[in-house]
Design a protein around this ligand. Sequence first.
Ligand SMILES: *[C@@H]1O[C@H](CO)[C@@H](O)[C@H](O)[C@H]1NC(C)=O
Length: 242
Amino acid sequence: MISTFLTISFLATIGSVVAQVGPAAVNLGTAGNYAILAETGITCVPTCVIVGNIGISPASSTFITGLSLILDSSGKFSTSSQVTGEVFAANYAAPTPATLTVAIHDMQTAYTDAMGRTPPNFLNLGSGAIGGLILTPGLYHWNSGVTISSDVTLAGGANDTWIFQVTGTLTMANAVHMTLTGGAVPKNIVWAVAGAVTIGTTSLFQGVILGKTGITLETGATANSRLLAQTAVALQKATVNN
Ligand SMILES: *[C@@H]1O[C@H](CO)[C@@H](O)[C@H](O)[C@H]1NC(C)=O
């Protein structure tokens, strides 16, 4: 029943001007300028590798730990040998505080948008256990947490989109890989998660995380994504590529 519906809607989409399958993109607004954005903390057990800007607000720069920040002479941002980009905090010189306030608001709006989309193409897939599955573009909703305990594949084209709505926690086990095939790109994949997100040791995660709470990358984990958390982001010798 569900697959019949999907086949029809996908063909209709492909028949339009742009060959794109999946829900309309989530607008990240200015939150999309950051690889990591958090409200209460950003912690790193060195060495971390972060490609992209990071920002914290309303908490101050003292709530960023493990990155050995060096404040720029302008007072508007810091740098770190572990960050390929700039580090912004709510206590830095203008216009940084105001810029961050807007970015945090945009992050919250994006979460509300992503979490509010209806109707799902896939409801409670795998009862929340999605290891081993091949996930095609679409809107996914779980009335529970989601666990990824073995490798998982997202299969779709370069313009295809995925939105995953997880009303509980999202937990990826250790040494698990999320693989993209067919040209799928992380920026078109959005995970809206109400509970804590945990990516296990040496695992590989793909897609933008909009976390209502915190996001943790355990030792040696990699996320090809943006980590946008309404509480804190914790990295343990982890890599974040936006
Ligand atoms: C993706 O969209 C762009 C812009 O509409 C288009 O030029 C390109 O051919 C599309 N790519 C695929 C794989 O559909």
